[in-house]
Design a protein around this ligand. Structure first.
Ligand SMILES: Nc1ncnc2c1ncn2[C@@H]1O[C@H](COP(=O)(O)OP(=O)(O)OP(=O)(O)O)[C@@H](O)[C@H]1O
Ligand SMILES: [Mg+2]
Length: 243
């Protein structure tokens, strides 16, 4: 477990099934407050399933999920968003035939009590942070490049005013020249006080960005550590760094 002050998210003995397939066996880990934590592992190792379990999209067979002081497993996805956890899903799941601005508003869907004025203020704040999205606010999401699509997916999640952001492969499908920009954006969000749990296949960027790394192997945690220590281990050298 990473050394730090408070725990933002705590997973205890998670077990998750798709029908008879046990995708997550017995996973426990912590995400400390205001850190960037990466969850790595081969295709099918259970990374997305864990993020979906946290955001209430997958039911647990066993185990507990705690966010700050409350137990959240068994709650609805809507409740979980309202508590402060937003999910930027794998492949972004934008609404392709809706405009950029309508996609943003969908991010605030759970905030039913928010007034029109509050939403306008929040949209304005998001546009200040993502000026190109403002320029493109009337374009359909389907017309955006990979990098801009990811900006929109992140911006939409921010409309929920999250304290914890779950990011599933934020660097996937993005031109190499833009990968660093999205990395910087993730760092900036974290500096603004948002805790980040990220799943990535881009090993070098996740080692660069993260305070702590967990590596999954077929539904179980194989190894964990600070990136500078992990990169020295035989496990990571052989499986990930190709040396
Ligand atoms: N909707 C589904 N129905 C049935 N099985 C699924 C479903 N989604 C995932 N699985 C299975 O659950 C296991 C874990 O999948 P998961 O998507 O969590 O992996 P992942 O680590 O995110 O992989 P990737 O890196 O390819 O995104 C895999 O064996 C996968 O085939
Ligand atoms: Mg996945």
């Amino acid at each position: 477990m990473p050394e730090s002050g408070q725990t933002c998210l705590k997973l205890k003995n998670l077990k998750v099934h798709y029908g008879s397939l046990e995708a997550v066996h017995d996973v426990s880990f912590d995400v400390p407050t205001e850190k960037i934590v990466s969850l790595l592992g081969a295709n099918g190792s259970g990374k997305s399933t864990i993020l979906k379990a946290v955001s209430g999209l997958m039911k647990l067979t066993r185990g507990e999920i705690w966010f700050q002081e409350s137990r959240i497993d068994g709650r609805s996805p809507q409740d979980i968003i309202l508590k402060g956890i937003a999910h930027v899903p794998e492949r972004r799941a934008l609404f392709p035939h809706m405009t950029v601005s309508d996609n943003l508003l969908m991010g605030a869907y759970s905030r039913k009590r928010a007034t029109k004025k509050e939403l306008e203020k929040d949209t304005e704040e998001v546009y200040q942070y993502f000026p190109v999205l403002r320029e493109k606010r009337k374009s359909l999401a389907i017309t955006l490049s990979g990098g801009l699509g990811e900006q929109l997916a992140i911006a939409r999640a921010l409309m929920a005013k999250p304290k914890l952001l779950l990011m599933d492969e934020p660097l996937q499908g993005i031109a190499p020249s833009v990968v660093r920009d999205i990395g910087k954006l993730i760092n900036d969000l974290n500096r603004r006080g948002i805790t980040i749990l990220m799943v990535e296949h881009n090993i070098s960027m996740s080692f660069e960005l993260s305070d702590w790394i967990y590596i999954l192997e077929t539904g179980e945690l194989a190894i964990q550590g600070a990136p500078e220590d992990l990169s020295q281990t035989e496990y990571v050298k052989q499986s990930y760094l190709g040396v």
